[in-house]
Design a protein around this ligand. Structure first.
Ligand code: HEC
Length: 92
């Protein structure tokens, strides 16, 4: 329930699209926790970014997971992929 309250608060700040799905929300939390050691969000938006499909994104997240020390299961990894896709990549 707490998460729902936070979501409503963020909706008021028009970050609603991020909070519609709990998965994306969870993915964001996981990514922020583990993935800022080597690069920030700018690698996801740089003009020459390398990832050009959802499959490639999934692979890259799996690849980066290890050095990040993130012990995510399949669902958690999928949440992070979903978050990165919704927020930055926007593959269909
Ligand atoms: C040990 C260092 C390291 C950590 C920790 C790390 N990454 Fe990376 N990541 C890299 C490097 C190096 C690249 C490639 C940068 C380049 O090609 O210039 C990269 C690239 C990426 C890209 C591709 C960017 C593009 O070009 O489109 C994604 C997506 C990504 N990382 C996701 C993650 C996620 C999610 C995590 C957390 C699990 C994470 N990374 C943690 C080193 C790291």
């Amino acid at each position: 329930m707490r998460i729902l309250k936070i979501s409503s608060a963020l909706c008021a700040l028009s970050l609603c699209s991020l909070t519609v799905q709990a998965d994306v929300w969870q993915g964001k939390a996981l990514e922020e926790q583990s993935c800022s050691k080597c690069h920030d969000h700018s690698v996801y938006t740089r003009p020459d970014r390398r990832i050009n499909s959802l499959a490639a994104l999934t692979q890259q997240v799996s690849r980066c997971k290890k050095p990040a020390g993130a012990e995510w299961d399949k669902d958690e990894t999928a949440d992070v992929v979903e978050y990165l896709n919704k927020e930055f990549y926007r593959f269909k």
